[in-house]
Design a protein around this ligand. Structure first.
Ligand code: NAP
Length: 262
């Protein structure tokens, strides 16, 4: 299927590894030009080289830095000739007990996982509407639907974003001009972050990493972790011309782990 987005420009935040890179790869294969971002320059440049090799006609530009910093967001927008597609992503907040968190911890989580995507959306959606095409994807988490107790900072900040997006996506001045905004909710995907989390669980429970991996897989009806490329392929479809009637949705990709009818 031709997704109809060849030649478009996308900003993909936090994209040197994991789910962000999976999205960038899928968009690159469709001929989408990219501005990608991450804090570590070495992995970011490696990712850019990998992406350029996927399509002969695309440009791939990089912006190093923490996307939660206003100057980095400005650089991202300045590097992109025209933002047709925006994939919002950032590292997730650390786990812990809410009794230990201070105001600063909450502000940091809300900055990275709620206010940063909102700022980027604010800077781009009216231009998308004026041009009659726009796609915004926010990578959030399955924790928005089924909260994880030790990830309270994530549960809270991402739910704030989700509530805001539910209203914004339905504005006729966006939805009526072919600008869609959707959230993608990953369950367990086999990325560096997941591997680190599994090692932490193994250490704290005095179990082997293999047994933790095995028990986590048993919790998922698909009996496996997701792959970043399947996440990316889904993201690319939502960015396609075929998905213009899909907006304001929370789309869970979790191998069936969430046990609910709706
Ligand atoms: P990952 O494998 O650790 O990759 C994270 C990517 O984001 C890296 O390229 C990292 O590069 C970049 N990054 C992190 N913080 C950044 C920041 N502040 N500014 C710019 N770039 C940043 O993580 P992932 O598994 O792909 O997770 C992506 C998001 O999905 C996270 O928010 C995570 O909480 C969420 N999520 C993941 C899963 C899962 O199973 N994997 C499940 C639920 C939710 P640098 O470190 O060099 O910046």
């Amino acid at each position: 299927m031709d997704l109809g987005i060849s030649g478009r420009w996308a900003v993909v935040c936090a994209a040197s590894k994991g789910l962000g890179l999976g999205c960038a790869r899928a968009l690159a294969k469709e001929g989408v030009n990219l501005v990608i971002n991450a804090r570590g320059s070495e992995a970011l440049e490696q990712a850019a080289q990998q992406l350029r090799a996927l399509h002969p006609a695309i440009e791939v530009l990089t912006v190093v830095g923490d996307v939660a910093q206003p100057s980095v967001r400005e650089a991202l927008l300045a590097a992109c000739p025209q933002v047709d597609i925006l994939v919002n992503n950032a590292g997730g907040p650390p786990p812990g007990d809410f009794r230990d968190w201070q105001r600063e911890d909450w502000l940091k989580a809300m900055d990275a996982n709620m206010l940063t995507p909102i700022e980027l959306i604010k800077a781009t959606v009216d231009g998308m509407a004026a041009r009659g095409f726009g796609r915004v994807i926010n990578i959030t988490s399955g924790a928005v639907k089924a909260p994880i107790d030790i990830l309270g900072l994530s549960n809270g900040a991402r739910s704030g974003l989700t509530g805001f997006i539910a209203g914004l996506a339905r504005q006729p001045q966006l939805a009526g001009h072919n600008v869609t905004i959707n959230n993608l909710l990953p369950g367990s995907f086999d990325t560096e972050r997941l591997q680190k989390n599994l090692h932490t669980i193994a250490q704290s429970s005095a179990s082997s990493v293999d047994s933790v991996i095995d028990s986590q897989r048993q919790l998922i009806p698909a009996r496996r972790f997701g792959e970043a490329d399947e996440f990316g392929a889904f993201c690319a479809f939502i960015c396609s011309t075929h998905a213009g009637y899909l907006t304001g949705q929370n789309l869970l990709l979790d191998g069936g782990a969430y046990s609910g009818t709706f």
